[in-house]
Design a protein around this ligand. Structure first.
Ligand code: ACO
Length: 333
C-alpha cells in the first residue's frame, strides 16, 4: 500500500510583529535581523486565539482540498512542542474537527516534528487498515520566548499547517525516500528545560507524610545560535542526500527544496551544497519567521495554493532543530 498527500492547509495568528516593532523592545534593527536571518515579520497568538484554533483551521483547509469529510479521517497526528494541554494537543483538535472515527496522538520533535509525523503517517498506511490520516504541524513558540533576549526573540513565530495523507496504490506512492536522525548530545545547544520545584517531603502533626504538589514549568528557549547553524548546514544536506539515495533520484531531479524555515542563510547554504538553484527553493520565512513544526506545511500550502507546486512535482523536505533532531522526506506531489 502506498500513500499520497492529497490536501494541505495553513493558518496564522492575526497579530503581525515586524522587525521594527522588535527594535522598540530589544536593541536590534530591521537590517541586522533581515541580513542575518531573512526574517522581516512574524505572527504571534494574542487574545482568544489558541494553538488548537490554528491547527483546526489548517486541518479544515487540508480536508477541503482533499474533499474528505471529517468522519472519514482514521488518525490525527498532532506534531507540536507547545500543545494547549500537557497531555497532548491532538484530542482538542480531533474534537473541534469532529473526527469521531479517528484516534489521535502527539509527536514532539521540535522543528523536525512535521517530517517525523508525515513519515509516521505513511508507515500506518503501509501497515494496512488506514485510509486517511491528518498530519498537523503546529507550534506557538512565542509562549516560551524570552522577549528581552535579542538572540532568540527575533527568530520565532506562531503558525499551523496540515496535510491529508491518503492510501493509494503502491505504484503511486508519494513518499519516495526518507532519513531520520537525532543526537541528544546536542540538546545543550537548543532547549526549553523543565523547571521542577523539588519540594521536600514534610509530615503533618501526626507524623503522616504530606506530599506537596511539585510545580513544574519550562524555561524560555535557550539557544547557541552558532552551534545550531553549524549543525544544520552540516547535517541537513547529508540527510537529504541519504533520502535521495533511497529514492533512487539525483538532486538535479528535485523540483523543489522545502526546508524547515529557520534562517535564509541555512536554506541558501543547503541549496548551494546540493546544487539546487534558488528558483527551485521554497521560502516564506520573511513573512512568518521560524514557526517550528508548522513551517514546512505552512510553506507547502502557500506554494500549492499559489500554483508553484504542481501535480507530479518532486519535493525534497527536511526538518531540523531541538533534540537535536533532523530528517528528510522526498515526496511526490
Ligand atoms: N540584533 C543585533 N545584534 C544582535 C542580535 C540582534 N537581534 N542578536 C545577537 N546580536 C549580536 C550579538 O550580541 C553579537 O554581538 P558581539 O559580537 O558584540 O558579541 C553579534 O550580534 C553576533 O552574534 P551571533 O550570535 O554570533 O550572530 P550570528 O551571526 O550567529 O547570528 C543567529 C545569530 C541569527 C541566531 C544565527 O546564529 C542563527 O540563525 N542560528 C541558527 C538558529 C536556528 O535556526 N535556530 C532554530 C532551530 S529550530 C528549533 O528547533 C526551535
Amino acid at each position: 500500500m502506498g500513500s499520497k498527500i492529497v490536501g494541505c492547509g495553513s493558518a496564522v495568528p492575526n497579530l503581525l510583529i515586524s522587525n521594527d516593532d522588535l527594535a522598540q523592545i530589544v536593541e536590534t534593527s530591521d537590517e541586522w535581523i533581515s541580513v542575518r536571518t531573512g526574517i522581516r515579520n512574524r505572527r504571534v497568538l494574542t487574545g482568544d486565539e489558541t494553538l488548537t484554533g490554528l491547527a483546526v483551521e489548517a486541518a479544515k483547509g487540508a480536508l477541503q482540498m482533499a474533499e474528505v469529510e471529517s468522519d472519514d479521517v482514521d488518525l490525527v497526528i498532532m506534531c507540536t512542542s507547545t500543545p494547549d494541554d500537557l497531555f497532548g494537543g491532538g484530542g482538542q483538535v480531533q474534537r473541534e474537527l469532529g473526527c469521531k472515527n479517528a484516534w489521535t496522538f502527539d509527536i514532539t520533535a521540535a522543528c523536525s516534528g512535521f517530517v517525523v509525523g508525515l513519515i509516521t503517517a505513511t508507515r500506518f498506511i503501509k501497515g494496512g487498515g488506514y485510509q486517511n490520516i491528518l498530519v498537523i504541524g503546529a507550534d506557538a513558540l512565542s509562549k516560551y520566548v524570552d522577549w528581552t533576549d535579542r538572540g532568540t526573540c527575533i527568530l520565532f513565530g506562531d503558525a499551523a499547517g496540515a496535510v491529508l495523507v491518503q492510501a493509494c496504490a503502491s505504484e503511486e506512492d508519494g513518499l519516495l525516500g526518507f532519513n531520520l536522525h537525532s543526537d541528544g548530545h546536542g540538546q545543550r545547544h537548543l532547549n526549553a528545560i523543565a523547571k521542577d520545584d523539588k519540594n521536600e517531603l514534610t509530615s503533618n502533626m501526626n507524623g503522616a507524610p504530606l506530599f506537596p504538589p511539585r510545580k513544574s514549568s519550562y524555561s524560555c528557549i535557550q539557544m547557541n545560535g552558532k552551534e545550531v547553524f553549524r549543525f544544520a548546514v552540516r547535517c541537513v544536506p547529508q540527510a537529504i542526500e541519504a533520502a535521495l539515495e533511497e529514492a533512487g533520484i539525483a538532486s538535479s531531479s528535485i523540483d523543489w527544496l522545502l526546508l524547515h524555515q529557520a534562517n535564509q542563510r541555512i536554506i541558501d547554504a543547503v541549496a548551494t551544497r546540493l546544487q539546487i538553484p534558488s528558483d527551485r527553493v521554497i521560502a516564506n520565512l520573511a513573512n512568518y519567521g521560524n514557526t517550528s513544526a508548522a513551517s514546512i506545511p505552512l510553506a507547502l500550502a502557500e506554494a500549492v495554493r499559489g500554483g508553484r507546486v504542481k501535480a507530479g512535482d518532486t519535493i525534497a523536505t527536511a526538518g531540523f532543530g531541538a533534540g537535536l533532531t533532523w530528517g528528510s522526506a522526498i515526496i511526490r506531489w
